[in-house]
Design a protein around this ligand. Structure first.
Ligand SMILES: [Zn+2]
Length: 275
């Protein structure tokens, strides 16, 4: 649902230029689609959500674009503002996720947008992170027109796992296993290696590349040497052995300690958030 917050003194049917305002917000769809395209450049997996931002001039021309390059780097709004340089009056920021309102590893984007002097902020997904949310309120309090809910589902679809973890306070877990039609996973004497097809294994590796961490049972780890490294690229999953056996992870795997560090990094912390 599109929500429209206008500063006092502005009519409901007209935007600040006096133009007819489309109450359904479709006039911002093209810019939001561009912001979503930009967000798709953001790394995945990453502790932070993928975000894109477009700065439009008073006549709708694109002045700046940005996306988030991963945890610890400037957020998309800051990138787009830097790309745009000094803004003329009447600019609009179109951003896929509600600008953050807290100071984590970087400063709050809501404040950066206020300081840059934008007149309007158009938001796709409202921030589900209880720690970082409230950016829209900060913008409205500063007299900035805020429109949110524009292509909200498409914007949220950029970050299904992050959105899940923010809403539920736990990671989204994908359980993958291979089984034969009679419910077995391996021959008792350990001779079987693969019971799935090459297509299934390719699909599994694609799925692993999208996961923040891969866990295997301790029986699988040392004995079977799962090739979880195949899908590794910068920022790709850490691997940890779990289960009741208690033995060490197999050679070539990232230590379990690494997973612990990553998990601690991703957990929302009161007053800090994860972005
Ligand atoms: Zn931010």
């Amino acid at each position: 649902m599109i929500e429209h917050h206008q500063p006092a003194g502005h009519g409901q049917q007209h935007d600040w230029l006096g133009q007819q305002y489309d109450r359904h917000g479709h006039q911002w769809d093209d810019a939001m689609r561009r912001a979503i395209e930009l967000a798709a450049h953001s790394p995945l997996p990453d502790p932070n959500p993928r975000v894109g931002c477009v700065i439009l001039g008073p006549d709708g021309e694109v002045l700046g674009q940005g996306w988030h390059h991963g945890a610890g780097t400037p957020h998309a709004e800051v990138e787009a503002l830097a790309d745009a340089g000094a803004l003329p009056a009447g600019c609009t920021a179109v951003v896929t996720l509600e600008p953050c309102n807290h100071t984590g590893r970087t400063g709050p984007c809501a404040r950066a947008l206020v300081d840059a002097g934008v007149s309007r902020v158009v938001i796709g997904q409202s921030d589900p992170n209880p720690v970082a949310a409230g950016g829209a309120g900060t913008l409205v309090d500063a007299g900035i027109e805020v429109i949110r809910g524009v292509l909200a589902e498409q914007a949220a679809a950029l970050n299904p796992d992050w959105t899940f973890s923010m809403r539920h306070g736990r990671p989204r877990v994908v359980w993958k296993y291979a089984a034969s039609l009679d419910g077995r996973s391996a021959a008792a004497d350990g001779t079987s290696r693969w019971i799935t097809s090459s297509q299934a294994r390719v699909r599994t590796h694609r799925g692993r590349a999208l996961c923040g961490a891969v866990m295997v049972g301790t029986g699988t780890g040392p004995g079977r040497r799962p090739q979880t490294h195949r899908s590794r690229r910068p920022g790709a999953p850490a691997t940890a052995a779990g289960g009741g056996g208690g033995s060490a992870p197999a050679a070539g795997m990232s230590p379990a300690r690494r997973l612990g560090a990553d998990r601690a990094d991703r957990r929302p912390r009161p007053g800090r958030g994860t972005r």
